[in-house]
Design a protein around this ligand. Structure first.
Ligand code: ADP
Ligand code: MG
Length: 332
């Protein structure tokens, strides 16, 4: 990146992203590679994930940079959580149209506040000029046999959901309809600053079987688990915790947002019914409400039933409701 008053690319990295000698990595920012100690526990493996956020596609170009810094890392930590992995370190690849000091400072603040809460260290990256793109690769550790994989759901498993769904999609929809929510509206906060369920994912090791984090919507993401596990599911719609923001909506819109709306970053997981009591206790310890919303079935169909047993329409894939409209502020 050509030099500004930041001292060019290297000055920019030093100023905003290099926080001095590394705590946990053997070697952090400043060399050709970072060096990270390999897992020491027998059977432990690295969990590695990358998520890219593109301006205008995954977030609105005018988004608050502090929230963006948070979210860029949060979506990656959410992937680690969905595997039951403990965060270790991450790298940051940035394409920036310009080196705007105030923007970078706020972005770094949001990024590091979340990173520090999870003891996840920035160990390297790449910085270039270009249209605003943020790509983070996060690394965690988990014992191989304890990882919560998408392909592990079994017929008869309970289907569990953390937190509630629909809020982030409600915020996107409100903006698309020309009535953006206030920055501190709970639904807007959910969209801008999702809280990755890291502690919950780790606590679910050995208790849950399959898991996924909700980036594309309940129906779409459950579909991934069912595809990989070659199974079906039956969901009781009235057991799905739906964000209060959706309360006034017509029933069909509410169902579409709850089942198809993305960006919630909750965990959807399956577990043997005999683990139900243990899992409820895990939720309480983690301070995250957990709801048993359905059952994994044999066969490949996904059925969502209303309280009278009548099927509710399931969105085909992800949140197609507003496809072709304004860019979706979705980060998975
Ligand atoms: P190289 O040319 O060997 O790829 P760079 O000159 O791109 O290295 O980067 C110099 C150092 O700064 C490297 O250690 C790299 O990991 C780090 N770095 C570059 N961009 C970032 C960034 N956005 N965040 C954190 N570290 C970065
Ligand atoms: Mg480089």
């Amino acid at each position: 990146m050509p030099s500004d008053d930041h001292g060019g690319e290297f000055g920019l990295i030093r100023r905003y992203f290099d926080r001095g000698p590394s705590r946990d990595a053997l070697l952090g920012i400043g060399d050709d590679c970072a060096l990270i100690a390999a897992p020491r526990q027998p059977g432990e493996v690295y969990a590695v994930t990358t998520d890219m956020l593109v301006s205008g596609r995954h977030f609105y170009p005018d988004v608050d940079p502090e929230s963006l810094g948070h979210k860029a890392l949060a979506v990656n930590l959410s992937d680690l959580a969905a595997m039951g992995a403990a965060p270790v370190a991450f790298t940051l690849a940035l394409a920036l149209p310009e080196a705007d000091g105030r923007w970078l400072e706020a972005f770094a603040r949001g990024l590091f506040a979340l990173a520090d809460r999870h003891g996840c260290e920035l160990v390297g990256g790449d910085t270039t000029r270009g249209p605003l793109v943020i790509s983070i690769t996060a690394i965690g550790t988990v014992a191989q046999g304890a990882a919560l994989r998408r392909d592990r759901a079994e017929p008869g498993d309970d289907l569990w959901l953390s937190g509630e769904v629909g809020a982030a999609a409600f915020a996107v929809r409100s903006r698309d309809l020309g009535r953006p929510l206030a920055a501190d509206h709970p639904a807007q906060v959910r969209l801008d600053r999702p809280e990755p369920r890291v502690a919950l994912g780790i606590a679910l090791r050995h208790f849950a079987r399959a898991a996924i984090d909700l980036s594309d919507g309940l129906a779409g993401d459950l579909g991934h688990v069912l595809d990989r596990s070659r199974a079906g599911a039956e969901i009781a719609f009235d057991r799905i915790p739906i964000a209060a923001a959706l309360d006034g909506l017509p029933a069909a819109d509410r169902a579409a947002l709850a089942l198809g709306g993305g960006d919630d970053y909750e965990l959807l997981f399956t577990a043997a019914p005999e683990n139900a009591t243990a899992i409820a206790a895990i939720g309480e310890r983690a301070g995250v409400p957990l709801a048993r919303i359905g059952t994994i079935t044999a066969g490949a169909s996904m059925r969502v039933l209303d309280p009278r047993g009548a099927p509710i329409a399931v969105p085909a894939r992800g949140f197609d409701h507003f496809a072709g409209g304004a860019p979706r502020a979705h980060g998975g």
